[in-house]
Write a protein that binds this ligand. Structure first.
Ligand SMILES: [Zn+2]
Length: 377
């Protein structure tokens, strides 16, 4: 049935826009992902185009003054004061038509939310989404318009409870801020600890405020965290919170900057880390909106996204693990394991230290957050 096919949001127009060449953010990762999926047989999903987010939708989160400023800058008029809103920095550089790009990318996530709301599909992936650092009135970390927040608000407008799970290597600070006192969107962020990575926050002590207390969960991962430590921590935290939240929708960001090969971060994971935990979400049979996010090794990012998307759609088969990729560049010619990376593990004292830190984080969440939701210790 076409109506239940997973949907891949894609427009080649998006990749006509480019951040400056010195910037590690590359817009062409969606095309690379699509190429891999097509080479493996793409009959399991269909494509939909994004549309630009409307002014009304953008103002569900962003201030009018900020949007006007972005439009002005996009037209080439950058002023010294704009630096206070994060634009014109190395992290959020000015590039031609950045406003059109951001609004179209965000519109892809809103379109995905609409398709899910209409029941047209149960899985929707916008690899050109996941701009989780943008706040209501400022840009940050390559993000100008926060499509994660806009999509969650779209779902909430229709009366739904959303579980927003951010697995990007960076803390989803813009998304956290948007819903910090709002229990209708349960935000959970796994990320490299703010002790070693931008945006330098996201501790387990930040658990929400007022009515939203207990509805914001952070799981900082020590530098060097490997697949095993991630899977163990994920399994201890996410299933009980999902049981407690009983969401109508899951919004999931799968930044591939968690990979050991990522040049900006310090985690030691392979793409198996995300793929291995996807069944814990997939098997809930909830509608899922999947967003890309970071990932600064474009080839590894595309392979990780293709793998995670296949697993989420139940499309990964045994043969994918053994059959060569027929023309797709895998990044490691000696490995013929399909989309999956070779696993690697932390060892010795580093492993002991990581395990100890993560155990303490889980204990803290069990003590401070779980009781708010009546989750037994
Ligand atoms: Zn990131």
């Amino acid at each position: 049935m076409q109506s239940t096919q997973p949907v891949f949001i894609y427009a080649s127009e998006l990749e006509a826009y480019h951040y400056p060449s010195s910037c590690p953010f590359k817009t062409e990762r969606a095309t690379k992902t699509r190429g891999i999926l097509q080479s493996m047989g793409s009959a399991f999903f269909r494509e939909e185009k994004p549309r630009p987010a409307t002014d009304k939708e953008l103002k569900l989160f962003h201030t009018d003054a900020y949007l006007k400023m972005l439009q002005r800058i996009s037209g080439g008029d950058l002023r010294a004061d704009d630096l206070f809103c994060g634009v014109g920095t190395d992290d959020c550089p000015v590039f031609p038509d950045l406003y059109s790009y951001s609004v179209l990318a965000a519109g892809g996530s809103i379109r995905a939310a609409e398709l899910l709301l209409a029941g047209d599909t149960r899985r929707c992936f916008n690899p050109s989404g996941g701009y989780h650092h943008a706040s209501a009135d400022s840009a940050g970390g390559f993000c100008y318009i926060n499509d994660v927040v806009l999509a969650c608000k779209k779902l909430r407008e229709a009366g739904n409870r959303t579980f927003c799970l951010d697995l990007d290597a960076h803390h989803g600070n813009g998304t956290q801020a948007a819903f910090y006192d709002d229990p209708s969107v349960f935000t959970v962020s796994f990320h490299e600890s703010g002790k070693t990575l931008f945006p330098w926050g996201g501790s387990e002590e930040e658990i929400g405020d007022a009515a939203g207390r207990g509805y914001n969960v952070n799981v900082p991962l020590p530098a060097g965290t490997d697949d095993d430590a991630f899977a163990r921590t994920f399994s201890a935290v996410v299933p009980p919170l999902l049981d407690a939240c009983r969401p109508d929708f899951i919004v999931l960001e799968i930044g591939m900057d968690i990979l050991a090969v990522d040049p900006l971060t310090h985690l030691s994971m392979t793409n198996n880390a995300i793929a291995d935990v996807m069944p814990l979400l997939r098997d809930r049979s909830l509608p899922m909106l999947v967003l890309g996010g970071g990932g600064y090794n474009p080839e590894a990012t595309a392979r990780g996204w293709a793998l995670a998307w296949q697993v989420l759609c139940g499309a990964e088969t045994e043969s994918d693990l053994t059959i060569g990729m027929g023309g797709v560049f895998l990044g490691n010619a000696e490995w013929s394991g399909g989309l999956r990376d070779m696993r690697s593990y932390a060892r010795g004292e580093e492993k002991r230290s990581i395990d100890e830190q993560l155990r303490a984080t889980v204990d803290s969440l069990r003590e401070k957050v779980f009781p708010i939701h009546g989750i037994a210790a």
